[in-house]
Design a protein around this ligand. Sequence first.
Ligand code: IMP
Length: 193
Amino acid sequence: MQYIIATHNQGKLAELRRILAPMGIEAVTVEGLSEPEENGATFAENAYIKAAAACRETGKPAVADDSGLCIDALGGEPGVRTARYAPVGQRKLTVLQKLSGLPRPQRTARFVSAVCCVFPDGRVITAEGICEGYIGTACRGDGGFGYDPIFEIEDGRTFAELDDGEKDAISHRGKALRLFKQKLQEELEKSLC
Ligand code: IMP
């Protein structure tokens, strides 16, 4: 089964591909997809905006992920603005500076991923996943992408210090995609009835 993946983020694309492949879902990219304005108030709304645009432009089922980091000490920021929180190259440092001096119990945060699939006939499937953790005090690890080097799980390792399989097993995106797969199966079974 082929699905268009509506993302320009290579880190995200790699994760979507490797998690969806064992589920029998082939993630296909298309050159020149537009980048619609992500002006939704929630991750789910933004995921829908991206998936709907890609479906409209290609005429094929399209999947998008909208995700971000919600930090309790910052009132849930950066949230849906995670990708635009600070200039490229300064995002992790900006977060670390804002939390400077706070002890670990006050550094709680969560990654959220909303996955949305839009079909040409108008059907929509949405699934969300959350991974709880902490913001570290410095960047650690070489794996992953984005904010991974500053996001610590319970045992103190950052997402960037996990191997791919370990991250996928607990990550917001892994959880969202496993739920998505379940909903997709139900949807496909319904259409066979
Ligand atoms: P989006 O493309 O609008 O969904 O932006 C997502 C933002 O959250 C980007 O800045 C990503 O780097 C960041 N992000 C989302 N998921 C992850 C993750 O798994 N690890 C690190 N950063 C992430």
